[in-house]
Design a binder for this molecule. Sequence first.
Ligand code: ADP
Ligand code: MG
Length: 363
Amino acid sequence: MVSVTLDGLTKSFSRSGVVVDRMNLRIEEGEFFTLLGPSGCGKSTTLRMIAGFEEPDSGHILFNDRDVTYMPANRRDVGLVFQNYALFPHMSVAGNVAFGLTVRKIRGAVAEERIRQVLAQVHLTEQADARVDELSGGQQQRVALARALVYRPQLLLLDEPMSNLDAKLRLETRGALRNLHAETGITSIYVTHDQAEALAMSTRVAVMNTAEVHQVGTPADVYERPSTRFVATFLGRNNIFDGVVTEVAGDVVSVRLGDGSTIQGSASRTSPGLPLAPGNAVGVTIRAETIRPASQTDTQNVVSGTVTDVEYVGATLSCELETPIGAVLLDLIGAGIRPTLGDRLSVLLSAASIYFVTAEPAP
Ligand code: ADP
Ligand code: MG
């Protein structure tokens, strides 16, 4: 297995400008590492450079200590799975998987044994002789995986491999992929714009926006301790209110919001390096799932408003409140109340759930 180092990797296209900007990343041996970000932020371009389909303008790519920046793709020993599986529809499952070996001149009994093993790993043993176009989307996706894994590459690159699957299959495939990674231990780099996939599968995640990496960390790091305003709002359903710090008393930070009200949070819950001193502008975030109806005894951080939107999504009831501090999104889970449009509701924005990020940049 290999580690992968990206050192100052930069790529621009004449029409699009800089799409990957001085990227530095270190992916350790055996990791399941995910590049997560909105469409167009440069994820696929980064992956294509690692695969060898695209040359960077500057910077370097290392597999272990070996510089592979300009090495041809077919010599990099990398397995690829893309959104479009590019399978041969009329060929059998085994035939498609064998193709991954034939191009590397592995034939005969060795090839057969490899194919048998890899089909077992992706749970397609019984479908070995079926034609690919007779399989479900999820099974086809696993054929593509098997074909990428059969020659035992040192690195597996996956670019939105589940985007053609329906929601339920995506969930199942997520689990299958996680198990497969645990079994093979192969260093894997996964690209997705789907935060749930990234959080569920990865050892670490790099959150990207417009050609830049904003944060690298474990799923819990990026969700619970976002290092930028973008990361805070890109992941999950988050509320963000801009205000000015009025007081810092020990751990308690008071912030005056736009309507003149004061909200309090904890000084320990801030993006790294964010200066929290009186007079400083700050973004106050609070996740929708941490907000709950206020009780009689709650006094601080209580906001009241009118319910303007209710969405029933099974496990949660997603509501939007119109309040003096702005719209407040909240997800009620088993709260015992069922607000309806036009209801008045008071909610608690618990100080323990508030997280401070940088203020909105001046226009
Ligand atoms: P993502 O995978 O995150 O959606 P991409 O890496 O595919 O993003 O693309 C990043 C940006 O680079 C986009 O603006 C895209 O239009 C542009 N881009 C990608 N490939 C090319 C290309 N071959 N020529 C010109 N622009 C490109
Ligand atoms: Mg892409």
